[in-house]
Design a protein around this ligand. Structure first.
Ligand SMILES: Cc1ncc(C[n+]2csc(CCOP(=O)(O)OP(=O)(O)O)c2C)c(N)n1
Length: 286
């Protein structure tokens, strides 16, 4: 398969993930649409082209790990895992209902394929560092991928983890920063700015930093990960410049953190996402 065919496949997968993410949150009627949709392309690359995993054996020892430190984005991970066969994706249409196995924030005791439990911002990256360190100590050829939000990075614990990972030269740890410029209360730069930028902070902590100009472009994400694999003595941070709510008609322009649109707005958003999927599929061979 040529690289262009592979990228086409990933664009399709990302569009499918967006449709299912909307259906999953729509089944509950409200939720974290913004911070889920911004990550659809990165999830498509990880599970469509990069990571080693076995849907029939989610705890396979030699797998790569994926930790959603910004655990409120759970639905995008549930959509991805469902589409890859960890369970029928429709199972996730029980999001956040009583007795569900799909809580709003990711929980490894509940959902197959979720490697670690997250939701309290800042903690997931520390857990990911532990997983990566453990896998390295066991001599496993495994990478740990961890998603951190730019608002989440206000938490001091993120930087303790960053310092630790750099000190131990953990090149099997790749942090994908969802640099969408927004957090719960508004613009990151207004609520709590990262000074010279979040990439400069990771750099100062001793990480190898790769700026991904368009963090919603599967090819740019894919190329950045190939570059990350060549780094020998540092953990790697990919700064994904994304759009919060990307592809959700009612959320993309507002950058809303949590959304509770009307039934009509849900229907419209899902219809537009399905039309987008059809348009991406039509590009095959064009
Ligand atoms: C320790 C902690 N404090 C507060 C919250 C509530 N909370 C959930 S999401 C969020 C904003 C996170 O912003 P960001 O990381 O930028 O997420 P994104 O915009 O990518 O969705 C907050 C404050 C939490 N989950 N954990």
């Amino acid at each position: 398969m040529s690289k262009e065919q592979k990228m086409q496949e990933l664009r399709e997968f990302a569009a499918e993930i967006r449709v299912e993410t909307l259906k999953i949150i729509g089944s509950r009627g409200f939720g974290h649409v913004g911070g889920s949709m911004s990550l659809a392309d990165a999830y498509a690359v990880l599970y469509g082209a990069v990571m080693k995993y076995d849907p029939k054996n989610p705890t396979w020892e030699d797998r790569d790990w994926c930790v959603l430190s910004k655990g409120h984005g759970g639905p995008v991970m549930y959509a991805t895992l469902g589409l890859k066969g960890f369970y029928p994706v429709e199972n996730a249409y029980q999001l956040n209902q009583p007795h569900t196995t799909f809580p709003s924030h990711t929980d490894h005791l509940m959902t197959p394929g979720v490697d670690l439990t997250t939701g309290s911002l800042g903690q997931g990256i520390s857990e990911a560092v532990g997983a990566a360190l453990g896998n390295r100590a066991q001599g496993r050829d495994s990478h740990t991928f961890v998603f951190v939000g730019d608002g989440e990075a206000d938490e001091g614990q993120v930087w303790e983890a960053a310092q630790f990972a750099a000190h131990y030269k953990m090149n099997n740890l790749i942090c994908l920063v969802d640099n969408n410029g927004r957090q719960l209360d508004g613009d990151v730069n207004v609520v709590m700015s990262h000074g010279k930028g979040i990439g400069a902070k990771f750099d100062a902590f001793g990480w190898h930093v790769i700026d991904v100009a368009d963090g919603n472009d599967v090819e740019q994400i894919y190329d950045a990960i190939q570059e990350a694999y060549k780094v020998e003595d540092k953990p790697i941070a990919l700064i994904l410049n994304t759009v919060k709510g990307k592809g959700a008609t009612f959320a993309e322009s507002t950058g809303a953190h949590s959304s509770q649109p009307s039934k009509e707005e849900w229907d419209e958003a899902i219809k537009v996402a399905e039309e987008n999927l059809a348009a991406v599929r039509a590009q095959k061979g064009a």
